[in-house]
Ligand binder design. Sequence first.
Ligand code: ZN
Ligand code: FE
Length: 257
Amino acid sequence: MKIIRIPVLSDNYIFLLHDINNNEVAVVDPAEAKPVLAEIEKCGGNLVAIFNTHHHFDHVGGNKELLEHYPNAVVYGGEKDKGRIPRQQVFLKEGDTVDFAGRKANIYFVPGHTYAHIAYYFPPTEDSDWGELFCGDTLFAGGCGRLFEGTPTDMVNSLTKFRNLPDSTRVWCAHEYTLSNLKFAITVDGDNPDLQKRYEQVKIDRTQNIATVPSSIEIEKLTNPFLRWDNPKIKQAMGFEEATRVFGRLRGMKDNF
Ligand code: ZN
Ligand code: FE
């Protein structure tokens, strides 16, 4: 399974999954159709699946137009997004699996950013040491999604699922927010040498317009304050002990940053 990253709108990423063996293609969170159609044409594949993480327009905006070109493509999304994702056909919940490219993705129910948000996780295979996580707007490189329809408790539970994945998991998040996320992170966890190093590197990368996605679970656990609610320094900086309070304070600070 080859993964192609397509930058669209101001800071979104669409991911094209290409099964080279039978030339099938799936797309994760098509904000728009045109750039996806162009990329499918380049690889000469056939679109068989649209994997949506949640209903926001910058994740499903291309669904209808893609189906006009590939009417047999199947549209997947969370069961609680029923009625919110255009042309949704499959309604997924925690523990479900979906098949693509001879691999099985596990579905995680990860509310917080929205109440229906799901993530797709492809575990490693014999051919690949890496797991692949498509987490939409739940976890970002160096940050996490805003709580539009959920509570800190929801989000801590959701992010705990990601934190428990193997270190060698690629994090394919849906926005290029890394630099501004790390700018905030450094204000709450400035003594963290891994974070300092990452921040310097990302500053350089972004001046050269280099994408910072995918990240990895290993890097996120070391440097993303929104996965570090049980770190003593973060707890002290937030003035709370309990995970959801630490997290809630962090999220509130970032919202006003
Ligand atoms: Zn969103
Ligand atoms: Fe988004």
